[in-house]
Structure formats: C-alpha cells, structure tokens
Ligand binder design. Structure first.
Ligand code: FES
Length: 72
C-alpha cells in the first residue's frame, strides 16, 4: 500500500501480471525477483516481461483504519 499524492492510499495486488510471482518492494518500485519485471507505485509497468499493470484495489481511511476492498 502506498500513500497517494492527495493524501489517500493506493493498494496494489502484489502478484506479477506476467506469471503471478509475488513481488518485493524495492524503494518505490515493485519487482519480480524471478524474471525482472518492475512496476511503479501506481501499478504501471516499468520493465518487462510483464506488459499489463498491477491490479489496483480501492482503499479508504475511516476512523484511523485503512480498509481495502477485495471485490473485483
Ligand atoms: S512473474 Fe512476472 S516477471 Fe516474474
């Protein structure tokens, strides 16, 4: 989960869109250690072989807690 420029939150599904490997956070990037794809904190592809962005999950803060929607 990342803070957004407007003070909100952005949650991303941490699975590469290429072959589903769990991503690791490196600075402000998300990377696949198996094949090298990299994604920005927006979910956009920075480096392949992945060609599709990460799934962004709606996240809202309410009463000091952050709620993430897992619905499609
Ligand atoms: S699973 Fe996508 S680059 Fe590794």
């Amino acid at each position: 989960m990342f803070h957004t420029e407007d003070g909100g939150y952005r949650a991303l599904l941490m699975r590469c869109t290429h072959k589903g490997v769990e991503l690791r956070v490196t600075g402000d990037r998300l990377e696949c250690s198996a094949h090298g794809s990299a994604f920005a904190s927006t979910g956009a592809v920075l480096e392949g072989p992945a060609s599709s962005p990460l799934r962004v999950l709606p996240a809202v803060e309410r009463d000091g807690k952050v709620f993430i929607s897992l619905k499609a």
